[in-house]
Design a protein around this ligand. Structure first.
Ligand code: ZN
Length: 191
């Protein structure tokens, strides 16, 4: 029991109390359901990986967006997380591809440019790219990251744009409704 509580407590947002509650719940569950839960976790961990082009989470070598011949490979939208990407995908109106950073630069938390997928983005820009749309969150970290990326890209001559501030300041992209997301995308400005 102690070991179970300790393992559960390693998960983000799970304190000692929550870990205990989950542990007691698991013990009371139908054994078959517990097996199913454990198997789903193991199988997700084993099969889900990063897309080799955009670094979103996928069970393929190339994700569904990157491998779609209808998508405009020359327009890359940079987002912080796979969830942000899914939010834009839900609008059904964006026809380019993505680049998922898996975080944002945050000097306060000790997260630097090397801790997110920035090198991989710069690598992609060696190919044929018309525009990079920076769609990081409008939080301090998101803005810092946007500025950093635009400074990196500017010298290459590739067009860099930032989504409009229709997204509420400090708001997470994934919680912003589709209309607001589209307005932010359509109102993007060149940096
Ligand atoms: Zn991809």
């Amino acid at each position: 029991m102690e070991q179970l509580i300790a393992e559960l407590g390693k998960l983000p947002g799970i304190g000692v109390k929550s870990a205990q509650r989950l542990a007691f719940h698991l013990i009371a569950m139908d054994p078959e359901d517990v097996h199913h839960l454990a198997e789903t976790m193991v199988s997700a961990r084993d099969t889900i990986r990063y897309c080799k082009q955009c670094y979103t989470l996928t069970d393929q070598e190339l994700c569904g967006v990157c491998s779609d011949p209808e998508r405009d490979q020359k327009t890359i939208m940079v987002v912080e997380t796979t969830r942000d990407m899914l939010a834009y995908e839900k609008t059904g109106k964006y026809t380019g591809v993505y680049h998922v950073l898996h975080g944002a630069i945050s000097p306060m938390s000790g997260i630097g440019p090397d801790d997110i997928r920035l090198k991989e983005l710069i690598e992609r820009l060696r190919g044929d790219v018309d525009e990079v749309i920076i769609a990081t969150n409008s939080s301090l970290e998101g803005e810092t990251t946007a500025m950093y990326i635009s400074k990196l890209i500017k010298p290459t001559g590739i067009k860099v744009t930032r989504i409009a501030s229709g997204v509420p300041v400090g708001g997470d992209l994934e919680y912003t409704d589709e209309v607001t997301l589209l307005r932010a995308l359509n109102g993007r400005v060149e940096l």
